[in-house]
Every structure is written in C-alpha cells, then in structure tokens.
Design a binder for this molecule. Structure first.
Ligand code: 8YV
Length: 326
C-alpha cells in the first residue's frame, strides 16, 4: 500500500510529480485555512505532511492519527509543537543550509538599504521630487568599517557576519548561547553579553530562532541600550522584537532606522505604522525567496519526506523521536 502525503504549500511541478510516483499525494496548493474540511479529511489518513508557514497544533495532530513525518519547507520550526511531535514519535524535518546564503543576502540588503536610505531616496525619484542635488538632509551613513552586532551566530548569522567582515571591513560582535571560536579566528568576531553588544553596535542584526526564551528578546529596555545612530535589522521572526516598543523607539529617534523582513503579524497589516515610516525598510518576508533557493528548499523537503517515510534517516531531521526517553 502506498503511503499517503498531504501537501499544503505549492511545490514545483517536477517535485510534485516525483512525489506522486512513490506516494498517494493530496495537494492543497496554498492552503490558508487548516480547518478546511477536505484538508481535515485528508489528514485522517496521512502518513506524511509537507508544507510551511502555518501553525500546526496538537489538535491538528489529533486529526492525523497515522502521521509519521512532517517535512517543513523552512529552516525555522516555530510553527510546530516540537516536544509534542517527539512525544508522539513523529519525525519533524526542516531545510537548513540550502537557504543560508540567500537569507544572509537579504540581511545585508536590509543593512545597506537602511544605512543608505535606499527606499526613501528611490521614492523621492518616483514622486518626481529630485529637483536639485541632494544635501545633508538626505545623507545616509557608512556601512564599511562599522560595528556589526549579531544577535545569534548560527549558520545565517555567520554568513552575514562573513559578508560584513570580509566584504565591508566591519568589526563583528556577537551574542550567542555558545562561543564560536572558529568564527572568532576567521572573522576576528568577539562575543559579548547582549546588553554590551546593543550598546556598542552600529548595526544590530537579529538572527535567533523564535522560542520561549527569545520571544520579545529585544524590547523597550534593549532598544534603549542601543545608540541613537544605530540601526536594527530583523530577519529572524517578528516576535523576537517587541514591535510596539520598536515603533516608539523609531518615532522618538532613540534609534536611527529598522530593516525588517519579519513581523509579529504576517502579512503586515496595511495600517501598521511600519508599512509607511520613512526610517523603516519593510520587506514581505523574502529571506529565502529566490527561484533557486525556494526550489532547493522544496527539493530538500521532498527528499527528507521520502527518506523518513521509507524508514531511512532524513537529510535534515529536527527532532529525534527514536531516542525518546520512555
Ligand atoms: C520561509 C523562513 O519564508 O525558512 C524559514 O524559516 O522563514 C523562510 O525561508 C518559510 O518557509 C515560511 O514560509
């Protein structure tokens, strides 16, 4: 009997066809509502689930009694109840590595765009307001030679730090649960307590995964420690930063600008001040969104799922249900 897979995020045609050769696939394309009755019916018989972005709850797992594996088309796993999955002996897989460099590019895009006020000044041209050579009121600030403070120094954090140190001659500080001696050696990076990093950095770049420990890690107090000339970049998850406190800090000039690819609520509500503040560059969660990388992520998710459902070790498992303590 073929195992059954439910897909709730669009997959490239070639990968969908590949999955269909080995499995019974029910493809829901882009599914916004996981309460959809047809999805729930499919879940009741599913052995594998492939998707991303949607919150998977214990209640959804109850509706999927045969489920063996969830393969997420993402590196972040904050949408999944990881302990609950492990307790139920369900394998969770994700897509690290293949998106590291693209997401680091996005981080650097935000560093450059905020520092040099690229969107604000490009808008000036769009409005037809470039009437004379620009003056001090429109100057940005340098990126090269400045201090880049990485909040989190995982794969993506390291890739941004590498761009900063090797491409732009930046001094790198980082706060991370564990020291990174190899990166200290390679990039001259220095580990700091978060408070010290916030006080010293010209750019504070958040790359930590969202967890109970990191939710609202950057709040009013932390923003208050930053220099008034500093710029905050968030490419991790919106909830790592207290958005209300951020808006206040930006409005009060307590920090210079923010470059944001992620928000507390996504899509960002149109009436959010962040959507139109001059000192904010807001992107619609495009961290990994290139043709090449999204295909590579889907490829990895399909491979993970196929391996796990065939009883083999997936390429990038997130949890380890087999090693569950009794
Ligand atoms: C995607 C991401 O947007 O991988 C992640 O964790 O945040 C992004 O690459 C994600 O797949 C959400 O759909």
């Amino acid at each position: 009997m073929q195992k059954r897979i439910v897909v709730y995020r669009p997959l490239p045609e070639d990968l969908l066809a590949e999955l269909k050769r080995d499995f019974h696939v029910e493809d829901f394309g882009h599914l916004d509502d996981l309460d959809d009755p047809a999805f729930r019916a499919a879940l009741s018989e599913a052995h594998g689930l492939l998707g991303a972005g949607q919150k998977i709850t214990a209640e959804i797992l109850d509706a999927a009694p045969q489920l063996e594996t969830i393969s997420s088309v993402s590196v972040g796993v904050d949408a999944y109840p990881v302990e609950e999955l492990t307790r139920r002996d369900i394998q969770l897989c994700h897509t690290p590595d293949v998106l590291t460099e693209t997401t680091a590019d996005t981080g650097f895009l935000l560093i450059m765009a905020t520092a040099r006020r690229a969107m604000e000044l490009a808008d000036l041209i769009r409005r037809g307001d470039w009437q004379a050579s620009i003056g001090e009121a429109h100057y940005g600030s340098d990126v090269h030679g400045k201090t880049l403070g990485m909040v989190g120094m995982g794969r993506i954090g390291a890739a941004i730090a590498r761009r900063g140190a090797l491409g732009f001659g930046m001094r790198i500080l980082y706060s991370n649960a564990s020291p990174k001696p190899a990166l200290e050696e390679e990039l001259g990076a220095r580990r700091r307590e978060l408070d010290e990093l916030l006080a010293e950095a010209d750019f504070v770049c958040v790359t930590v995964p969202l967890s109970a420990e990191t939710e609202r890690l950057i709040g009013q107090r932390e923003l208050g420690l930053m220099r008034d000339s500093a710029i905050l970049i968030n490419i991790a998850r919106g909830k790592v930063v207290d958005e209300t406190a951020l808006i206040e800090a930006l409005n009060a000039g307590r920090i210079r600008a923010a470059g944001l690819d992620v928000f507390e609520r996504e899509p960002l509500p149109a009436d959010s001040p962040l959507s139109h503040m001059a000192n904010v560059v807001a992107l619609p969660h495009i961290g990994s969104a290139t043709h090449e990388t999204r295909h590579a992520m889907a490829r990895r998710a399909v491979d993970n799922l196929r391996l796990a459902l065939s009883g083999e070790r997936p390429i990038s498992p997130f949890n380890d249900p087999a090693r569950l303590p009794a």
